[in-house]
Design a protein around this ligand. Structure first.
Ligand code: 5GP
Ligand code: MN
Length: 346
C-alpha cells in the first residue's frame, strides 16, 4: 500500500472532468524529457483503454532514446505541425498538462494552450505552480511526474488499467528524473511503485540500456571533448563551467540531447558543489546548472538568467555573446563564495 498524498477534492474534480470528456489532449513542456514524454504516453495508454480519444501535443521534438517507448510515434510535434497542434487543443474537451507548472514552459504553444476553451488539469512536480488550470495536482516533493501520475491513477481506481505499455512509460519517466534511481530516491514508496511497474511488465534493464547506455560516436566524442578541453574548474569556489559554441557543436554534428547529462559530470569531482553548462544556440545562450546539497542553483538562474527550476537542477537563458555569458558566470562564481558560504561548505 502507498499512502494517499493527493487531496480528495482534486481527485473528485478530476474524476468528474474525465467522466465528462471524450476528446482529451495531453501537453508537456518544450524540450520534453523522459518524464514529460513518459507521463504523456502513460496517460494516453490508460485513458485510451477507458475509451477516450487521446492525442499528445509536444511543443517540439524529443530525444531519440525516447522513440523506443510504446506509442512515441503518436506524439504530435507542434514545432512541425503548429496548425494541427492548435486544432487538437481547440477541439479537445479536456486538456491535461503534464510535467510543467507554467504555460510559458510550453514555448510557442502557450498562446494556443491558454486560448483553448477546454478545462485544464495540471499534474506536475515543479515548484511554484501557476494557476492556469482548473485542477492543480502539484507535488514538488515527488521525484517525477510519473510517480505522481501513478498515484493519480491509483486514486482514480485505475490501477488495473495500467498495462505493460503504460508501466514502461511511467518507469521511463521515473528513471529519467532520478538518474536511473540514483538521486531523489529518499522516499521508500518510490520503490514500491517501481516494483508494481516491474510486476506489470516494465523491463528496467532494457529501459536503462535505451535511456542511459545508448549513444552515437559523435555524441561520445563531443562529451569527451567538452570534458577534456572545455571544462573550467574553480576549485576554491567549488564550481565548474563548461562552454560549447555553435562551431564546436557543429564540428561534432550535434543533435538535440547530445549534451544531456554533461552538466552533471563536474559534480563527480570531490569539492565541486555546482556546475554550469552554456550552450550557444541560434539566438540565445542556453544556461543549465546542477548542484549538490543546499546550493540553490534555481536562485542563481532566476537572479541572473531569467530562469529557475529546482534547488539542484535549474536553467535559464542569456541574450548576448557566449563569452559575455561565460564571463558573467565567472563573476557570479566569485560573488557566490560569500553569498552561499554556508551552502557551499556543507
Ligand atoms: P535543464 O538543465 O535540463 O535544461 O533544466 C533543468 C531544470 O531547470 C528543468 O527541469 C526546469 O525545471 C529548469 N529550467 C531549465 N531551463 C529553464 C528556463 O529557461 N526557465 C525556467 N524557469 N526553468 C528552467
Ligand atoms: Mn519531471
Amino acid at each position: 500500500m502507498i499512502s494517499q498524498i493527493i487531496d480528495e477534492k482534486s481527485i473528485r474534480k478530476l474524476k468528474e472532468l474525465l467522466d465528462d470528456s471524450s476528446k482529451i489532449t495531453i501537453t508537456c513542456h518544450q524540450g520534453p524529457d523522459g518524464d514529460a514524454i513518459g507521463s504523456s504516453l502513460a496517460a494516453m495508454h490508460v485513458l485510451t483503454s477507458l475509451g477516450k480519444e487521446v492525442r499528445i501535443v509536444a511543443p517540439d521534438g524529443f530525444l531519440g532514446q525516447l522513440r523506443q517507448l510504446p506509442g512515441a510515434k503518436e506524439v504530435v510535434d507542434a514545432s512541425r505541425y503548429p496548425d494541427f497542434a492548435r486544432q487538437l487543443l481547440d477541439e479537445a474537451d479536456l486538456i491535461i498538462c503534464l510535467d510543467y507548472n507554467l504555460p510559458t514552459r510550453t514555448g510557442k504553444l502557450a498562446d494556443a494552450l491558454l486560448a483553448a476553451n477546454a478545462p485544464k488539469v495540471m499534474i506536475d512536480h515543479h515548484l511554484e505552480p501557476g494557476d492556469f488550470a482548473n485542477v492543480i495536482i502539484s507535488h514538488p516533493e515527488m521525484a517525477a511526474t510519473c510517480v505522481l501520475l501513478f498515484r493519480v491513477f491509483c486514486r482514480l481506481e485505475l490501477f488495473n488499467f495500467i498495462n505493460k505499455a503504460a508501466a514502461e512509460c511511467l518507469l521511463a519517466g521515473i528513471l529519467t528524473d532520478t538518474g536511473n534511481l540514483s538521486y531523489n530516491v529518499g522516499d521508500p514508496e518510490l520503490f514500491t511503485i517501481v516494483a508494481e511497474l516491474v510486476r506489470k511488465g516494465a523491463d528496467k534493464e532494457q529501459l536503462t540500456r535505451h535511456l542511459f547506455m545508448t549513444t552515437s560516436v559523435n555524441c561520445m566524442r563531443l562529451n569527451a571533448y567538452a570534458l577534456l578541453k572545455k571544462m573550467e574548474i574553480f576549485s576554491d569556489e567549488h564550481a565548474a563551467l563548461i562552454v560549447l559554441s555553435r562551431e564546436e557543436l557543429n564540428r561534432f554534428h550535434y543533435t538535440k540531447g547530445d549534451t544531456e547529462g554533461l552538466v552533471n559530470r563536474p559534480l563527480e569531482i570531490p569539492g565541486i558543489r555546482y556546475s554550469c553548462f552554456l550552450r550557444e544556440e541560434r539566438d540565445l545562450i542556453k544556461v543549465s546548472m546542477r548542484s549538490l546539497g543546499a546550493m540553490p542553483v534555481n536562485e542563481v538562474c532566476s537572479e541572473h538568467f531569467g530562469g529557475g527550476g529546482h534547488l539542484n537542477a535549474a536553467g535559464g537563458e542569456f541574450y548576448g555573446t557566449l563569452e559575455e555569458c561565460a564571463d558573467l558566470f565567472r563573476t557570479i562564481v566569485k560573488e557566490n563564495t560569500q553569498k552561499y558560504k554556508k551552502e557551499l561548505n556543507q
